[in-house]
Write a protein that binds this ligand. Sequence first.
Ligand code: GGG
Length: 372
Amino acid sequence: MLRSIRSFSSTSKMLKTLKIGLIPGDGIGKEVIPAGKQILENLPSSYNLDFEFVNLDAGFELFKKTGTALPDKTVEVLKNECDGALFGAVSSPSSKVEGYSSPIVALRKKMGLYANVRPVKSVEGIGRPVDMVIVRENTEDLYVKEEKTYKKEDGTKVAEAIKRISETATTKIAKMAYEIALQRQSIRENTKTKQLHLKPSVTVTHKSNVLSQSDGLFRETCKKVYDVNINDYQNIEYKEQIVDSMVYRMFREPEIFDVVVAPNLYGDILSDGAAALVGSLGLVPSANVGDNFAIGEPCHGSAPDIEGKGISNPIATIRSTALMLEFMGYPEAAAKIYDAVDANLSENKIKTPDLGGNSSTQEVIEDIIKRF
Ligand code: GGG
């Protein structure tokens, strides 16, 4: 469990009303975002939190209807009115559509959400022991989307994409990774249950043996941040892993990884892969985090194959809701949600088809709320 790495506000005894933007996006995003809303609406009153919700638009479906994938209004309301937000999923087409660009990639940039934090944790006694957090840089790398296609003299096409890695963005993401490692260790030291990791570690993932400049800068900057802050970070074990062998080791011995920090693309791929270790992509949450805002977002996509069937797994969104609350500074409320989800998973009865069950999305939501 990951708690309050950056508190934007503090826990108080006074009733606090938080305004949450709900951006379902495409496909099953529309089915799972109501799960986050119901969870917040049903949080026990002892947490002194009350919620107001505002529905906001974004997505490829929206683009097809209106020609806009991310309306300015969505960004303005998030920036000016909301305390946090939940984003569902988006189904960007695999081939270029004139005028379209991924709204979630744009939203992360416009809101300054430079980190995508993806905890992957198994429930005790179920499957392989895994307890890692993938900290993915969220604003650059190949996702700057500066691409072009041109023709060579012989008439064949060539496509090129910029992979941008900056010292500034890497410094921020590296600091976030080390802070998360320290925070996780402090939670472990205050938890009575048996823990997988005795010591905090951060594994810097890169491919600098081939991409010596771009990934080289990422690797060097992560190390520099560690060295410069060694007084604070001396208890953290610093490790490096080339991304292809990282994939191999992550599947062979996932239990050794604590915090993994990666450039945008590797982080995206590693975290979806890591989801296979804990049974389903439908279980894995994420939060897009900046210095003063967090958007919870399930790692899964829009899953058009199951859209409309009422069987999408709401747990990734429910855990993302908890993660959003953690980053907003409400770790106790977040812990309540994590515990209720773990209890549902441990009992292993009310579960959606991706986990081998036959329960509906709504039945899982209600079973989790029942455990508050
Ligand atoms: N919630 C994560 C999600 O929607 N994943 C699918 C994805 O990567 N979408 C990017 C896009 O379609 O632009």
